[in-house]
Design a protein around this ligand. Structure first.
Ligand code: TA6
Length: 281
C-alpha cells in the first residue's frame, strides 16, 4: 500500500506469514519502520523532516556514493536526498517473501550533486521480508565510460530501550578510526571484551569487521543480528547527549555496515552488490 507523509510517498509492505512489516519512502529510499510481531525495531527521530528537502533521520538512510565527509560531496552523499523510483513490488507465489525494488540513476540526481560527482550510474535497492528477517540489497552499476569509486553504508538506526542497556557483539579487538578524536587510528580496538557497553559518545569506523554483528538490549530482551555481505567495515554511532544530539539520542544505536575504508572502484559496465540481513529475536 502507498500513503503520503508530509510531501512524501511512503510504501508499506507486509509479510503475513512471519508477522513483519516494513515502510520505505521513495525520497532517499529511506526505510523508516520495520516491525516484527508488531514491535518497532527502528528508531525514527521526532525531529524527522518529511519535506523532501533534508534527509529523513532514522530507519536506514543510505550513504552513497560517499560515506561521511570523506570526499567531494556533502556528508553521506546524495542517495538519501534523491527521489527514487518504484520498479517492482510484490509477494512470491508461495508467500515465502514480500519485496520491493527501488531504482535511482544519475539522471535523477540534482545537478548540484552531480557536478561534484559527475559519473553515470544506475542503482537498485531491494527490500525483502521473509522468514529469516529483513534483507536489504544494494546494487550499483557503472553506466559510463569512465571508472569511478565510491564509499557506501546502510546507516541503520536501531530502536533501543536505552543505549546504555545495550551490548555490542562482533567489534571486540577490531581496530577503528575514532571520529571523535580527528579520526585517530585505534589499532587494538579499545574494547577487548565481547559485549561491550556504550557509556559515552561513540563515533567509530571499525575496519574489516566480522560478517555477523549483534546488539543485545538487556531491558527489551532483544537481540538484533546484522549479517552483512561485501561490506567490510562497520560504523558505531551514538552522540550520547553531546551538544547537537537528537532529542531521542538515548533511544537509538547506529550500527552501520559499509564499504568505507577502501573505496570500491567500478570500471565501465561493472556492477557491485552489498547487502545485509537483519534479524531480531
Ligand atoms: O555514521 C555516523 C555519522 O557519520 C555520525 O558522524 C553522525 O554525523 C551521523 O552519521 C549522522 O549524520 P547526519 O548527516 O545524518 O546528521
Amino acid at each position: 500500500t502507498s500513503s503520503k507523509v508530509g510531501n512524501l510517498e511512503q510504501l508499506t509492505l507486509h509479510h503475513v506469514a512471519s508477522n513483519q512489516q516494513v515502510q520505505v519512502f521513495l525520497f532517499g529510499a529511506t526505510v523508516t519502520s520495520w516491525k516484527k510481531n508488531q514491535v518497532e525495531r527502528f528508531f525514527l527521530s521526532q525531529e524527522a523532516d518529511f519535506s523532501g528537502k533534508k534527509p529523513i533521520r532514522g530507519g536506514i538512510p543510505l550513504c552513497f556514493p560517499q560515506f561521511g565527509p570523506y570526499g567531494s560531496l556533502a556528508q553521506h552523499g546524495f542517495a538519501r536526498n534523491s527521489m527514487w523510483h518504484l520498479k517492482q513490488i510484490g509477494t512470491t507465489k508461495d508467500g515465502s517473501a514480500t519485496g520491493v525494488v527501488l531504482s535511482l540513476s544519475s539522471k535523477d540526481v540534482d545537478a548540484a550533486w552531480t557536478s561534484a560527482w559527475p559519473y553515470a550510474f544506475t542503482a537498485q535497492y531491494q527490500l525483502l521480508l521473509g522468514f529469516q528477517g529483513l534483507q536489504t540489497n544494494f546494487w550499483v552499476r557503472n553506466e559510463g565510460e569512465e571508472s569511478f569509486s565510491f564509499t557506501f553504508a546502510f546507516h541503520n538506526y536501531f530502536d533501543v530501550s536505552d543505549v546504555s542497556s545495550c551490548q555490542v557483539f562482533g567489534l571486540e579487538n577490531i581496530p577503528y578510526y575514532d571520529r571523535r578524536k580527528n579520526d585517530e587510528w585505534n589499532e587494538r580496538g579499545e574494547e577487548n571484551l565481547a559485549g561491550f557497553q556504550i557509556m559515552e559518545p561513540v563515533d567509530r569506523i571499525y575496519v574489516s569487521t566480522p560478517d555477523e554483528l549483534a546488539i543485545f538490549d538487556s531491558s527489551k530482551l532483544q537481540i538484533i543480528k546484522v549479517k552483512k555481505q561485501h561490506l567490510p567495515d562497520s560504523t558505531l554511532w551514538n552522540p550520547f547527549g553531546i551538544e547537537g544530539s537528537d532529542a531521542g539520542w538515548s533511544k537509538f544505536l547506529c550500527l552501520e555496515p559499509g564499504a568505507i575504508n577502501q573505496p570500491i572502484e567500478l570500471k565501465s559496465g561493472e556492477e557491485w552488490h552489498g547487502s545485509q540481513m537483519l534479524q531480531c529475536e
